[in-house]
Design a protein around this ligand. Structure first.
Ligand code: G3I
Length: 333
């Protein structure tokens, strides 16, 4: 492993290379992370329910450990995430009587959450996923149904960015979403961000989660999404890249090792994707994988519980996969 060039060096003139980490992987993958990545994101540990499980109770131990890991290895740190419909305690949406919180109460709580969390990591975190996944996947509605929307209406989105900017005027503030390259959702994301910009909301970037697979989205759709988002004049980051070896509809559970040909197809796909990303190095400032090596990925449980997946550039022993060799060639190393 130590004989191959470092991933972050392959793309040193293009973008930062990141990985999502958690308390387990900073122990079990420390050498790999330190050698190949120059940015990390907390997979779960900075989410609302993790740092603020109850009103007035903040729990920062795990998040602090991840921030210390980034400092120790001189890595950049991305913050994930301040507003989401998931992994957010029910208490936030209730008043002291157990009825629904008022809009005023919810926004006050949001402001104080953001002040506390963003304020705490001011010296460490250079970019925050302020609002995550509020766009509706299907249909004509722009926004996904959520308790945020029920109580506060669409205002919570602009407010979150304003509060984050107030808490750390130097942080880059991102809107982050998945299925970001599918034309229907892409256009809705564009519409939302454009309207935020027109209202003067402090937003600096769009996060393309990039939970992709060997077949989808097409390179043309990825390109079109990058072009459309970049036309807003914002910087882009791939924030959660993984390349599942299964088509989304494929619910097979029997594979214990990759099927013949799978890793070669994955290698071709990674090469094509990174060739395209390099074309947009002026607008793409970071590419973060949602993990680092195939021994741990959230995809092992999604969409089929307990099914193994192999989405990364490094295998279960942290050795470079065929995809890695393609990237070495692609970058002329
Ligand atoms: O921490 C508890 C543990 O105490 C409990 O025993 C265990 C039993 O299921 O659950 C643990 O919590 C799990 C948590 O990850 C930490 O491991 C949750 O069940 C599980 O749902 C949660 O999944 C996370 C998921 O977000 C939640 O929606 C994944 O790890 C995380 O990779 C994933 O990340 C999201 C991004 O934040 C946003 N974009 C999509 C991406 C993938 O879904």
């Amino acid at each position: 492993e130590s004989t191959v060039p470092a991933l972050k060096d392959l793309f040193a003139n293009d973008f930062r290379i990141g990985a999502a980490v958690n308390p387990h992987t900073i122990r079990t993958q420390e050498n790999l992370l330190a050698r190949h990545y120059n940015s990390i994101t907390a997979e779960n540990e900075m989410k609302f329910v993790s740092v603020h499980p109850e009103e007035g109770t903040y729990t920062f131990d795990e998040a602090d450990d991840l921030a210390a890991f980034a400092r120790k290895h001189g890595m950049a740190l991305r913050g994930h995430t301040l507003v989401w419909h998931n992994q957010t305690g029910d208490w936030l949406f209730k008043d002291s009587q157990g009825g629904p919180a008022s809009k005023t109460l919810l926004l006050e709580r949001l402001r104080s959450h953001i002040q506390t969390v963003v304020g705490r990591y001011k010296q460490d975190i250079y970019a925050w996923d302020v609002v995550n996944e509020v766009i509706a996947d299907e249909g004509d509605a722009l926004l996904r149904p959520s308790k945020w929307l029920d109580i506060a209406g669409p205002d919570f989105i602009a407010k979150a960015f304003e509060y984050a900017h107030e808490a750390d005027p130097n942080a880059l503030l991102f809107y982050n979403d998945y299925n970001e390259s599918h034309p229907h959702k892409r256009d809705k994301i564009y519409t939302l961000v454009k309207s935020l910009l027109e209202q003067g909301v402090p937003i600096h970037g769009i996060g393309l989660q990039a939970h992709w697979n060997l077949f989808d989205p097409s390179l043309d759709d990825i390109r079109a999404a990058i072009e459309k988002y970049a036309s807003l004049g914002l910087q882009l980051q791939l924030t959660e890249l993984d390349m599942s070896v299964f088509e989304f509809e494929d619910k097979r559970t029997d594979l214990r090792v990759p099927a013949p040909g799978m890793l070669e197809r994955q290698a071709e796909r990674y090469e094509a994707v990174f060739r395209l990303l390099k074309e947009y190095r002026e607008v793409i400032s970071a590419v973060t994988f949602w993990g680092a090596a195939d021994d741990y990925t959230w995809l092992d449980d999604f969409p089929v519980r307990g099914r193994k997946n192999w989405p990364f550039l490094f295998d279960e022993q942290h050795q470079p996969k065929p995809a890695y060799d393609r990237l070495v060639n692609l970058t002329g190393n």
